[in-house]
Ligand binder design. Structure first.
Ligand SMILES: *Cc1c(COP(=O)(O)O)cnc(C)c1O
Length: 434
C-alpha cells in the first residue's frame, strides 16, 4: 500500500495549482480529494465509496453534515436579512442567541467575532484592558504547556511554543507556563503532577496576573490531553483567590463535546471569559463569540474614550451565522441525551481496543475519545505511525487525522452505531499493520 510519504509530491502540484491548504507541507502532500457532497457522518467524493468523517471536519460538524434543519434556518435567514452593520443595528437572531448563551453560561455579555482565534484574541484583550481601565495595568498571562488557542499572533503567544510558531517567536508576547497534568485510564502519578502544577500556579500568581487561559478538561490540538474535573476546580479556586481572571477556551469543547453543554460546567467551574466557535453554528458557518461577565463589561463604561473596547470585525454577529447557531442550539436542547450519552459508546469500543498491545493511555470525555500508539521513535507530532494509520483507515473509508502518535475520534453526534464500529475496526486492523 502507499503511505503518504511514498506519494510525495506525486500529484499535488499537478492537480492543485491554486490552493494553499492549511497545516500542509506541499512537498509531501497527496492531492486533495474533492468532496462533492456530505450528509450525516459521510463525505462523498465523485467516484469512491462514502468516507466516514471521524473527526467532524476539524471538530466543527456537530449534528452532521448538511443537516436539513440548520440548512433551512440559514436559507430562510438569507432571504430575510443576510448582513447588517452591528455597531448601529442589532437583529432578532443575534438578540435570541446572546440571551440563550447567557442563560446557559451565566455570563451576561457576548462579543462576536469570526473564528476561534479571534474569540481568544478578544478574550485576552478584554482581560488586559479591563485591568488597564481599572488603573491597575497587569501584563502577566499564564497558560499551559501543550495549549493551542489559534494561529493569530495573540493566540499563538498563549499557545505552546513549537515548530508551528517558531518563525515568530521573537514577536510573541511573553507568557508564563505551567505543565498540564493530563491523565488517562490507569494513570497513577496524577495527584502528584496536579499538585505540582497547582503549587507552581500559586507561585506565579504572586505576580499580579491579568488572566489564566486554558482549554477546559481537554487540550485539543496539543494531543487530546485530558485533565480531571477536580484539577480544574482547584485551579479555578486558586486563580480567583489570587484575584485574577479565568479565560476558558471552549472553542473545541463547547456545545456538548465534553459530555456537558460546556466543559467548564462538567468541571463545575465558573470562568470570567469564555471563547466559543467551531460547534457554535453546528459547524455550518464561521463565527466566534467571547462571553464575559457583567463585571468585566462594566469596566469599559464611562465617558472617557480610552475606556472603550476598540475592537470589531466586519461580519460581527452575521445573521446567517446567528441563525445557524440558534438552530444548532434547538437541536442540542431537543436531544441532550445524544451528547450526554456519547461517552458510553466510546467507552465500549475503547475498552476493547485497549487490549491491543500498541494502544496506550486511552481516555475519553463525551464524544472525544483518544489513545496513543506505543512507539519507540518519540517524535511527537512528526511521528509517522499516525500518518500510516490514517492512510490505512482511509482505504477502509474512515477519515481520521492523528496528532502524531495520538489517535482520536471526534465524530458528529449523528454517527450511527455501525459507522462508529467501522471507525474502531479500521483503527484496530490498521494498528496490526504498523
Ligand atoms: C481550533 C481552536 C482554536 C482556533 O479556532 P479557529 O477557528 O481555527 O481559529 C482555538 N482554540 C481551540 C481550543 C481550538 O481547538
Amino acid at each position: 500500500m502507499n503511505y503518504p510519504e511514498n506519494l510525495a509530491n506525486k500529484n499535488f502540484q499537478a492537480e492543485n495549482q491554486h490552493f494553499w491548504p492549511p497545516f500542509t507541507q506541499i512537498s509531501l502532500a497527496s492531492p486533495l480529494k474533492e468532496v462533492v457532497k456530505a450528509k450525516g457522518a459521510l463525505l462523498y467524493t465523485k467516484d469512491s465509496t462514502p468516507i466516514i468523517d471521524g473527526i467532524s471536519s476539524w471538530w466543527v460538524t456537530l449534528h452532521g453534515h448538511s443537516n436539513e434543519y440548520i440548512a433551512n434556518a440559514i436559507y430562510n435567514q438569507a432571504l430575510t436579512l443576510e448582513q447588517v452593520i452591528f455597531a448601529d443595528f442589532s437583529h432578532p437572531q443575534a438578540q435570541k442567541l446572546v440571551k440563550r448563551l447567557s442563560d446557559k453560561t451565566g455570563l451576561q455579555r457576548s462579543f462576536f467575532s469570526d473564528n476561534g482565534s479571534t474569540a481568544v484574541e478578544v478574550a485576552l484583550k478584554i482581560a488586559c484592558q479591563w485591568w488597564f481601565n481599572k488603573g491597575e495595568p497587569r501584563y502577566q498571562i499564564i497558560a499551559f504547556d501543550g495549549a493551542y488557542h489559534g494561529d493569530t499572533f495573540g493566540a499563538m503567544a498563549v499557545g505552546e511554543r513549537n515548530l508551528f510558531n517558531a518563525p515568530f517567536e521573537k514577536m510573541l508576547f511573553p507568557v508564563q507556563r505551567l505543565s498540564w497534568p493530563d491523565t488517562w485510564w490507569g494513570n497513577e502519578d496524577i495527584e502528584e503532577r496536579e499538585e505540582k502544577t497547582l503549587n507552581d500556579l500559586k507561585r506565579l500568581l504572586e505576580t499580579p496576573t491579568a488572566a489564566v487561559i486554558f482549554e477546559p478538561l481537554i487540550q485539543g490540538a496539543g494531543g487530546m490531553r485530558m485533565v480531571r474535573e477536580e484539577f480544574l476546580k482547584k485551579l479555578t479556586l486558586i486563580v480567583h483567590q489570587a484575584n485574577s481572571l479565568i479565560i476558558a477556551d471552549e472553542v473545541m469543547t463547547g456545545f456538548g463535546r465534553s459530555g456537558s453543554m460546556f466543559a467548564h460546567q462538567r468541571a463545575k467551574v465558573q470562568p470570567d471569559l469564555i471563547a466559543l466557535s467551531k460547534g457554535l453554528t453546528g459547524g455550518f458557518l464561521p463565527m466566534g463569540i467571547t462571553m464575559a461577565t457583567e463585571a468585566l463589561f462594566e469596566g469599559f463604561l464611562g465617558s472617557d474614550p480610552s475606556k472603550t473596547f476598540w475592537h470589531g470585525h466586519s461580519f460581527t454577529a452575521n445573521p446567517l451565522g446567528c441563525a445557524a447557531a440558534n438552530a444548532s442550539l434547538d437541536l442540542l436542547e431537543q436531544n441532550p441525551i445524544l451528547f450526554e450519552s456519547f461517552e458510553v459508546k466510546h467507552k465500549f469500543y475503547l475498552e476493547k481496543l485497549f487490549k491491543h498491545p500498541k494502544v496506550i493511555k486511552p481516555r475519553v470525555y463525551g464524544s472525544i475519545a483518544a489513545f496513543e500508539i506505543a512507539v519507540r521513535d518519540n517524535k511527537g507530532y512528526l511521528s509517522s505511525c499516525g500518518k500510516k494509520l490514517k492512510a490505512y483507515c482511509l482505504q477502509k473509508n474512515v477519515f481520521i487525522r492523528p496528532l502524531g502518535n495520538v489517535v482520536y475520534l471526534l465524530p458528529p453526534l449523528c454517527i450511527t452505531d455501525s459507522q462508529l464500529e467501522q471507525c474502531y475496526t479500521a483503527i484496530e486492523n490498521g494498528l496490526d499493520t504498523l
